[in-house]
Design a protein around this ligand. Structure first.
Ligand code: AMP
Length: 508
C-alpha cells in the first residue's frame, strides 16, 4: 500500500514524500481513511509505530477547509508531557510545510504571554498538556467551543499521571459534535470508561497486542546488591563491557536517582546527560538534542520524561531500577529495537525487585533470562546483616561479582565512602514500601504537565514542586537528604536547645 491510496491531499502527500517515507505503517494504513471519513478512532498502539503521523497527516488534510478564529482553536491535541507535545508540534511543522496553518504549543515552563498572543492570532492546531490548557481556559483566554477534532494521545499515561479528571473536563468543554481520536498503548478499565463516555461509535484500530514487547529486543537480567553504590558499580561494568553499545538510555524510578546517577556517571568519565521533570524546559531540550545528535552517548532518564520520545536508534536500554509498574517496563524497553532495528534491554535486579519482576514477566508472558548468575535466595534479614557488616551482599559473592572486584582492586565507589554514606538508599527503601502509589504519582507528576494554581506554595513545600498536582505534592512523604555514616556526628542544628543539654544518668 502507498500513501496515495489513503485519501490524503496533494499538499500532505508531497510533504510525506519529502520526508522519505514510502509506505504507511500499519496504524497509518488503518487509521487514516477513517479519520478522513470523520469517524472517531480508538487507536491501540505504542509509540514507535508511526501513530503521530496517523493523526497528523489526515488532520492536515481536513484543515485545508476553513480558517481559525481568535481564541477559538480548530483542533486540539492533548499530550501528557511537554516533550511529547513538542514532538507532535515538530510533526505538524514537518508534514505541514505546504500549509499555512497556525500551530501553537501550550505547555508549562513557557511564558503565558507568548502563548496568549498566539491564541489571539487564531490557531488551527493547538497542542497542549492538560494543566496549562485548563489554566488558559480558566483565565478566559481560550475557548474550546470551536474544536472540530480532539486528539487524546497516550491516554494510559495520562491515567498514570492523574490527568483523567482534567481530560474529562476538557471533553466536556469541547463541542459534542467534534471528532475524537483516542490513542493508548493499553486499555485499563478507567481508559475503557473514558472511551465509552466520550467517543461516539469509534473504529477500533489495533496494531500490536497491548503490552507486547518488540521481538527485536533482547532482554536480560543482571544480579546486583541492593545498595546504590553496588548498582552503580554493576551499571558501569555493563556499559563498559556489553557488545555493540552505541548509545543507551538508563532508566531510574525517581527523578532524584536520575540526578545522582547522572553525576556519578559523569564523574566516572561517561558522556552522559539526564532528563527529568525538575529540569527547566531549556535544559531538557538541550539534553535530548545532545543525545539525539550523538554528542552524548548515555541518557539517564525517569519514565515520564522519556515516555514516547522519538529517539530513532537506541542500541541499549538499562533499567537501573526495575520499574514498579509492569507497563513501564514495556514502554522503557520500547525505546530500543524500534523500526525493525535490534536492541538490547538489560535490567539490574536486586532482591527488592522480585515482586516487580514477577508482575513484568506475567505481563509480557515470558520469563526474562539471566545474564550471569541469577540472584540467590538470601532471606531479607541476612541481607541486611550482610550490608551492615560492610561487606558485599551474599548474592554478589555468589554471582562472582565480588570475586571480580577483588581481582580488580577496590572500586572507586567503595573508595569514596562519603558518596555511599550520602546515598539515599536506606532512606528510600522503607519510604517506598510505605507509599508506593503516592510516590509514583509524585514522580509521574514531575515530567508531565501540571497546573499552575493560583494558590501560593505552602512554606514547607519546595518551590520546584509547586508545579505538581496538588494530591501528589501534599502526600509526598518527608525525606531526609542524607544518611549519616555511623561515625559521623549527627547534624543537630534543627533541635531545640533544651534537647541538646547533657543528661546526667545516675549510676547504679
Ligand atoms: P511515532 O510512533 O509517531 O513516535 O513514530 C515513530 C517513528 O517512525 C518516527 O521517527 C517517525 O518519523 C517514523 N515514521 C512514521 N511514519 C513512518 C513511515 N510511514 N515510514 C517510516 N517511518 C515512519
Amino acid at each position: 500500500m502507498s500513501f496515495s491510496e489513503l485519501g490524503l491531499s496533494e499538499k500532505v502527500l508531497s510533504a510525506v514524500e519529502a520526508t522519505g517515507y514510502t509506505t504507511p505503517t500499519p496504524i497509518q494504513a488503518q487509521a487514516i481513511p477513517h479519520v478522513l471519513a470523520r469517524r472517531d478512532v480508538l487507536g491501540l498502539a505504542q509509540t514507535g509505530t508511526g501513530k503521530t503521523a496517523a493523526f497528523t497527516l489526515p488532520m492536515l488534510t481536513l484543515l485545508e477547509q476553513g480558517r481559525a478564529r481568535a481564541r477559538m482553536p480548530r483542533t486540539l491535541i492533548l499530550e501528557p508531557t511537554r516533550e511529547l507535545a513538542a514532538q507532535v508540534e515538530e510533526s505538524f511543522v514537518r508534514y505541514g510545510k505546504n500549509h499555512k496553518l497556525n500551530v501553537a504549543l501550550l505547555i508549562g515552563g513557557v511564558s503565558f504571554g507568548d502563548q496568549d498572543s498566539k491564541l489571539l492570532r487564531g490557531v488551527d492546531v493547538l497542542i497542549a498538556t492538560p494543566g496549562r490548557l485548563l489554566d488558559h481556559v480558566e483565565r478566559g483566554r481560550l475557548l474550546l467551543s470551536g474544536i472540530e477534532v480532539l486528539v487524546i494521545d497516550e491516554a494510559d499515561r495520562m491515567l498514570d499521571m492523574g490527568f483523567i479528571p482534567d481530560i474529562e473536563r476538557v471533553c466536556k468543554l469541547v463541542p459534542f459534535t467534534r471528532q475524537t481520536l483516542f490513542f493508548s498503548a493499553t486499555m485499563p478499565p478507567e481508559i475503557q470508561r473514558l472511551v465509552s463516555q466520550f467517543l461516539s461509535n469509534p473504529v477500533r484500530v489495533e496494531v500490536s497486542k497491548p503490552a507486547s514487547t518488540a521481538t527485536t529486543v533482547t532482554q536480560v537480567l543482571v544480579a546486583s546488591g541492593s545498595e546504590d553504590y553496588e548498582k552503580r558499580d554493576v551499571l558501569r561494568e555493563l556499559i563498559r563491557s556489553v557488545d555493540g553499545l552505541q548509545n543507551a538510555i538508563v532508566f531510574c524510578n525517581r527523578k532524584r536517582e536520575v540526578a545522582v546517577l547522572h553525576r556519578s556517571l559523569q564523574k566516572h568519565g561517561f558522556n552522559a546527560v539526564c532528563l527529568h521533570g525538575d529540569m527547566d524546559q531549556h535544559s531538557r531540550t538541550q539534553a535530548l538534542d545532545q543525545f539525539r545528535s550523538g554528542e552524548a552517548t548515555i541518557l539517564v532518564a525517569s519514565d515520564v520524561a522519556a515516555r514516547g520520545l522519538d529517539i530513532p536508534a537506541v542500541s541499549h536500554v538499562f533499567n537501573y531500577d526495575v520499574p514498579h509498574h509492569a507497563e513501564d517496563y514495556v514502554h522503557r524497553i520500547g525505546r530500543t529495537g524500534r523500526a525493525g532495528r535490534s536492541g538490547s534491554a538489560i535490567s539490574i535486579m536486586t532482591h527488592e525487585d522480585n515482586k516487580s519482576l514477577a508482575a513484568i514477566e506475567k505481563l509480557i508472558g515470558n520469563p526474562i533470562p539471566w545474564s550471569g548468575e541469577p540472584l540467590g535466595e538470601a532471606p531479607a534479614r541476612a541481607r541486611r546483616d550482610d550490608k551492615r557488616g560492610g561487606g558485599r551482599s551474599e548474592k554478589n559473592r555468589a554471582s562472582g561479582r565480588g570475586g571480580r572486584d577483588r581481582e580488580r582492586g577496590p572500586s572507586p565507589d567503595r573508595e569514596r565512602a562519603p558518596e555511599r554514606e550520602n546515598s539515599p538508599a536506606r532512606e528510600r527503601g522503607p519510604a517506598r514500601e510505605r507509599a508506593p502509589n503516592r510516590e509514583r504519582r509524585a514522580e509521574h507528576a514531575e515530567g508531565g504537565e501540571v497546573r499552575e494554581r493560583s494558590r501560593p506554595p505552602r512554606a514547607a513545600e519546595p518551590a520546584d514542586h509547586h508545579d505538581a498536582p496538588v494530591a501528589a505534592r501534599q502526600s509526598r512523604p518527608p525525606r531526609r537528604e542524607h544518611d549519616r555514616s555511623a561515625n559521623e556526628p549527627a547534624d543537630m542544628s534543627h533541635l531545640p536547645a533544651f534537647l541538646l543539654r547533657p543528661v546526667r544518668v545516675k549510676a547504679g
